[in-house]
Design a protein around this ligand. Sequence first.
Ligand code: UFG
Length: 331
Amino acid sequence: MTTTIMVAGGAGYIGSHMVQTLLAENYDVVIVDNLSTGHRQAVNPQARFYEGDTRDRQFLEKVFSQEKITAVIHMDAFSIVPESVQEPLKYFDNNVIGMVTLLEAMQKHDVHYIIFSSTAATFGNPTKIPVGDTDPQDPINPYGESKLIMEYMMRWVDQAYGIKFVALRYFNAAGALADGSIGEDHRPETHLIPIILRTAVGEQAELKIYGDDYQTPDGTNIRDYVHVMDLTQAHLLAVQYLQAGQASTCFNLGSSTGFSVKEILQAARKITGQPIPAQVAPRRGGDPDILIADNTRAKKILGWKPRYDNVEDIIQTAWNWKQKHPQGYQD
Ligand code: UFG
């Protein structure tokens, strides 16, 4: 029997890679996306696409009536930390309200499984590094807070209606499909690796390093960069985990290694062969010093085997995308 999976946010950066992975594994895929940050060109033509907003009850009713969905992969939250600090209500509206309407529709249409893109930002400044799955969560920005609320909502909804969930807390998603056919294209772009690559091709004059007075060896923030295709594999395993009747749970998804902003810059200089000018600038709001995942539990329980264990390989795939699509998507 075919399994139909809805990818909410399937035209976005991680969503489009998710769709690619599901189709390669012969799943039937439905994409829901309002194209507010996603791209029409990133919509895989082998999937059925419904353009609309998950906060729109009538729209969701149409999709869930027309399609027999087995599981939902929720990837349509807003996710830019500094923007969330400036515009918190935008985040609570899209992320939290969107989750309410989606779970309502799932309940109504007897859809029992949801895999949710959560985030390391739910931990705030972690109490220890690496960050374990059950460590205390205390967000320091509205983005992380909105996703923590969404995790809590799913727990209560599971208890009340039996909708099972797996929340996957990504650390720093990076890279692209190795052939460079799809990739990361945010407008505006705020993420480190695409900004560095933009600087490599001269689209911007220099990289601004947001603060070099953090509590880290070189003073710049340390992050755990995890390849987007490894993330999508974990989602696939999470779908199978729930279909096998396992209990709702949360996993931290990272490579379990950390790199500072300066180290990423160095690695990108090596991959691109470009000097990539950089200058230290003031701190950005809402940045914790260090975020590194403890991915032991995801590996053990889901059987997750991240294939990209080297940050240069991750940057190389992002570079492949940048070279093939210097202007990003055309829509
Ligand atoms: N940075 C710079 N200059 C830039 C852009 C970023 O120095 O031009 C620095 C940031 O200050 C930060 C690091 O590079 O220290 C990584 O920043 P990103 O914006 O690439 O990523 P974030 O760590 O802010 O956030 C990402 C995701 C979030 C997720 C978080 C979890 O966007 O959704 O990782 O680690 F919650």
